[in-house]
Design a protein around this ligand. Structure first.
Ligand SMILES: [Zn+2]
Length: 209
């Protein structure tokens, strides 16, 4: 690690210690301090007019983008679980989401689609986007985002079968490194599909197209 990085780490540690003092802590205080260090790292003039309030703006946005911690699917779903009235499949397609990749803390965004055969329970339709947002507003990898959505729905309503697909574009790929602008990444997970017929499985997949 070079000296400059070591120095930044030390400054961050000092800033963190200062910010965790209970009398001075403000929501996102650590993020304000971190943004100031990032501006230093970019060799920017922190006193120029355009940057004066940037650390506070950054912190506010960052805290919002990471607001999925300390909440559970049960918190965001609330009363939105109902008795299933039939056995027909439920599909919620192309729920838009915005997240941050945990490797670069750069945005990735896309669409999540869910299809399931209910058991005894169904979820209110607006609750699936809330579960997607809950996990998108954490530092993520796309695979875990996909698995977490499925796991929460299984946990809440124990569907007979479920497929979750996520398609996303990653700024860390688009802006740096391989710079593949047009590429998107698809991830998928299935749960409980052993108990359904081949025809039902095909219908589940077809409903996501
Ligand atoms: Zn990344």
């Amino acid at each position: 690690m070079n000296n400059h990085l070591v120095k930044l780490e030390q400054e961050l540690a000092i800033a963190r210690a200062r910010m965790t003092s209970p009398t001075t802590v403000a929501p996102g205080g650590e993020a304000v301090a971190a943004a100031k260090l990032l501006l230093q790292a970019a060799r920017e003039d922190q006193d120029r007019e355009g940057l004066l309030r940037t650390p506070e703006r950054f912190a506010k946005a960052f805290v919002h983008l990471c607001s999925g911690y300390h909440k559970t699917a049960r918190d965001v779903v609330g009363e939105g679980v109902f008795a299933a009235e039939g056995k027909g499949l439920v599909a919620v397609r192309e729920v838009e989401f915005y997240s941050l990749c945990e490797h670069h803390m750069l945005p990735f965004w896309g669409k999540a689609s869910v299809a399931y055969y209910p058991g005894e329970l169904i979820l209110g339709l607006s609750k699936i986007p809330r579960i997607v947002d809950l996990h998108a507003r954490r530092l993520q990898v796309q695979e875990r985002l996909t698995e977490s959505i499925a796991a929460d729905i299984v946990d809440l309503i124990a569907p007979r079968a479920i497929v979750v697909q996520v398609e996303a574009q990653h700024l860390c790929m688009m802006m740096r490194g391989v710079e593949k602008q047009g590429s998107s990444t698809t991830t998928e997970t299935v749960r409980n599909v052993a108990g359904i017929s081949q025809e039902e499985l095909q219908r589940l997949y077809a409903s996501l197209k």
